[in-house]
Design a protein around this ligand. Structure first.
Ligand SMILES: O=C(O)CCC(=O)C(=O)O
Ligand SMILES: [Fe+2]
Length: 254
């Protein structure tokens, strides 16, 4: 049985319109809570083993979990393909996700908040697993669709250069905290799945209380510059696999 419901074409079209107009679209109540609870247990155990601090898991470490099942779900892949096609007017390539599970907790969770970035992938799907119900929930904050898909990787690098520097990061963080800047704030509910144009939208997450866990699974779909010579040369010089521009995981899973 598919872990994700079938989303009708007109419902997917509504999600795409919401993403264009308000920054994000949502499929509500699509992940049953009994499926989420096994994953929560896994997360709580691993965060505890990690001294109550931030931890992130790659797709390989998620083998056998609900999150891997979701990445293989035909219904989930179908809605991602439809959104991609409606957003880019291009045929959707075969689905392969860059998948990560982020668990914010402790003091190191704080260091992974307010990092404003563009994703390297066109479509971002966010599946909240654990969101604190007391104190700060760690909302997703977003300035939707602030840039188009760049034709070249170099164009993309220029955007990142202007965003990923101390001056701009401080300006955005202070602006958001003082209320001078008003991003979309998305208070996520576990069970729902959220879609946004991660490549096109400046986004970050707020912090949550250090004694709470905030866990989100991210699925990233289609790197528009995967064939770029410049990108591949830079990545091989740095000797690392392509991924989004997030701070590195602070700790390895135990
Ligand atoms: O966890 C979140 O709310 C967002 C994380 C994010 O934007 C990312 O990992 O690219
Ligand atoms: Fe992101």
């Amino acid at each position: 049985m598919d872990v994700f419901p079938s989303v009708a074409a007109d419902a997917a079209a509504t999600i795409a319109t919401d993403m264009d107009r308000h920054g994000y679209g949502v499929v509500e109540n699509c992940i049953p809570s009994d499926l989420l609870s096994g994953l929560r247990q896994f997360i709580e155990d691993r965060v505890q083993k990690n001294g109550g601090e931030y931890i992130a898991f790659s797709a390989a470490e998620l083998a056998g979990t609900l999150l891997q099942e979701l990445s293989r779900s035909a219904n989930f892949q179908q809605v991602c393909r439809q959104l991609y096609e409606s957003g880019t007017r291009k045929p959707a390539p075969p689905v392969s996700f860059y998948n990560i599970l982020r668990c914010l907790a402790g003091q190191t969770g704080e260091q992974n908040a307010y990092f404003f970035h563009y994703d390297s992938y066109v479509l971002t799907i966010l599946v909240p697993i654990l969101i604190p119900t007391e104190g700060q929930p760690g909302d997703l904050i977003m300035f939707p669709n602030t840039r188009p898909l760049r034709k070249t990787y170099f164009g993309n690098l220029i955007d990142k250069f202007f965003l990923d520097n101390r001056l701009m990061q401080t300006h955005l963080r202070k602006g958001v905290l003082s209320g001078g800047l008003k991003p979309e704030k998305i208070r996520m509910t576990p069970g729902n799945v959220y879609f946004f144009w991660g490549y096109r939208s400046v986004h970050a997450n707020e912090s949550c209380d250090p004694d709470k866990i905030r866990a989100t699974a991210l699925y990233h779909y289609v790197d528009p510059h995967s064939d770029s010579w410049l990108r591949n040369t830079l990545l091989s010089l740095r000797g690392r696999k392509p991924q989004m521009s997030q701070p590195v995981a602070v700790a390895q899973p135990a």
